[in-house]
Write a protein that binds this ligand. Structure first.
Ligand SMILES: [Ca+2]
Length: 206
């Protein structure tokens, strides 16, 4: 009887091992299929994201793009001067490069932010005159934004800018629906006055 029991257990144990091996093989197939699916789907998701780039050349299409009127401008700080010069955030959207927003912190201006509010628009281009453009001496005497984080329509971009008294442009690969935009100063080209300036920011629909 004992010998028969041993014989009858043999096929059962084998089937159990085969079942386990089948399960392992099935799991491995699932893992491989998931990896293939992830590889196929990832580039498609990235392609849907709107890209942002910075250029010193006038972007193609800017001439046909509509200028977005600013309803309100705010900043985390502004420099108050005794000579009555307007350094408020409005000075960065008044159409004059001679005037500029100047942050008013004790430090160099790291982390300071300027914000613009407008009727809902499809934001496509941003034209920037970074630094104090009242004169070339003032440009190099004051701090200039080197890196800024731009937040618009739920997208966030950390962008680098050249240290030049020339217009620079942000170009979005697709229009971004938004009613406000924020610029946060992450890094700075240092002058001597410890005040970081932005002369003009113009936003365009396209
Ligand atoms: Ca201005």
């Amino acid at each position: 009887m004992a010998r028969d029991d041993v014989r009858s257990d043999g096929p059962g144990a084998g089937m159990f091992i085969a079942f386990i091996l089948e399960c392992v093989a099935l799991m491995m197939i699932c893992v491989v299929l998931w990896e293939i699916y992830a590889k196929i789907s990832a580039p498609a998701e990235q392609a849907l994201e709107v890209q942002a780039s910075v250029t010193s050349s006038i972007p193609n299409g800017l001439n046909n793009a509509g200028y977005i009127g600013i309803n309100d401008a705010q900043a985390t700080s502004e420099l108050y001067q005794s000579d009555d010069i307007d350094n408020s955030p409005y000075a960065a959207c008044d159409g004059y490069t001679e005037s500029s927003w100047q942050e008013g912190t004790e430090g160099e201006g790291y982390g300071e932010r300027i914000e613009f509010y407008f009727d809902e628009s499809n934001v496509r281009y941003v034209k920037l005159a970074l630094g104090n453009w009242r004169s070339e001496n003032r440009y190099y005497a004051n701090n200039r934004p080197k890196t800024m984080t731009v937040d618009v329509g739920g997208n966030s971009y950390k962008l680098d800018f050249e240290d030049e008294m020339e217009l620079q442009y942000i170009v979005f690969s697709e229009p971004i629906k938004a009613s406000d935009i924020q610029f946060t100063i992450d890094d700075i080209y240092l002058g001597q006055t410890h005040d970081c300036c932005i002369s003009e920011i113009t936003i365009y629909e396209g």
